[in-house]
Design a protein around this ligand. Structure first.
Ligand SMILES: C[S@@+](CC[C@H](N)C(=O)[O-])C[C@H]1O[C@@H](n2cnc3c(N)ncnc32)[C@H](O)[C@@H]1O
Length: 279
């Protein structure tokens, strides 16, 4: 059973928190109890959404005509990520990469699932989208929670019965310092456009013996921060948002500054990954 079964998500009073629990039961109770408190806080935070839009940086694919939200709700869901370095000449053409958003709404594939076969729970999926990795973790018998800033992604994940928090990874996250596994997959090392800040945040969330799984760019030396905009074929365009891409060597150099060190690097299914732990 998932420790954070959304069956209880909207009924805080019904969470099975028992006062006299010991050992693993006690851990379960504390885990669940803290999530209940955060779920309640989350509801009042939802009222802040409008205010937040005006004081927070734009995030992946949000704003404008919301192509990311549109893609998550449609079958015609190829997206184009346009990127331009902060210091680029305005005349320089933006780089364009194609993103198959259908992957985010589909189930985890064999490569996704293989990431979870060698890790422990609880798992925190950072930028979980509609939650395919949370579902896959649960199928592996791991407790898993997602966090995402996209209201549409969070709504889809909750409707599918998954446990997610609607907030930024840089906001308050329950059980900080105790997560056994953190996931940054499918380009999510780009979150915030400042990999050093994100890696530092991950180091603070990880348990002392925890691991951070990062999907990296296939060029090991690639190290690029840029301003992105997301586009779809129908002409929907997002606001500009900060994003970044790192290859494995660049990731390892930056991770060292956050006190993290690589314990594994590998490629599978045309994708590249690294697993990091505390140095
Ligand atoms: C490229 S999508 C990846 C979706 C998902 N990881 C997957 O593989 O299916 C990036 C996700 O990161 C989320 N995101 C962007 N900034 C975030 C932040 N500061 N905190 C949490 N999630 C964030 C976006 O809303 C979006 O759902």
């Amino acid at each position: 059973m998932s420790l954070v079964s959304p069956r209880f998500w909207d009924q805080p009073g019904k969470w099975p928190v028992s006062e006299g629990a010991v050992g693993a039961d006690r851990f379960v109770s504390e885990f669940v109890g803290q999530l209940v408190a955060h779920a309640a806080a989350d509801r009042s935070a939802a009222d802040q959404t409008t205010t937040d839009r005006f004081r927070r940086p734009t995030t992946f694919g949000s704003g404008g005509s919301e192509p990311y939200a549109q893609a998550l709700q449609s079958d015609d869901n190829v997206l184009y990520l346009h990127g331009r370095r902060h210091d680029a000449d305005p005349e320089t053409a933006a780089s364009v990469s194609t993103m198959h958003a259908g992957r985010w709404s589909a189930g985890a594939d064999a490569t996704d699932r293989s990431l979870l076969a060698v890790v422990a729970g609880p798992v925190l999926d950072i930028g979980c989208g509609p939650g395919r990795m949370i579902r896959a973790a649960m199928n592996e018998g791991l407790d898993a929670l997602g966090v995402d800033v996209s209201p549409t992604a969070v709504r889809i994940a909750l409707a599918a019965g998954l446990a997610v928090l609607h907030r930024s990874v840089f906001d308050h996250i329950p059980l900080a310092g105790t997560w056994a596994t953190l996931l940054l997959v499918d380009g999510n090392i780009g979150i915030g456009g400042d990999p050093d800040a994100l890696l530092e945040r991950c180091a603070a969330l990880l348990a002392p013996d925890g691991v951070l799984v990062v999907e990296v760019h296939r060029d090991p030396e690639h190290d690029l921060a840029y301003v992105g905009t997301l586009h779809d074929a129908a002409g929907h365009t997002s606001d500009a948002f900060p994003w970044a891409e790192l290859g494995v060597n660049a990731l390892c150099r930056r991770a060292a500054k956050a006190g993290l060190t690589p314990v594994a690097e590998w490629s599978r299914g045309g994708r590249a990954f690294a697993r990091l732990a505390r140095a």
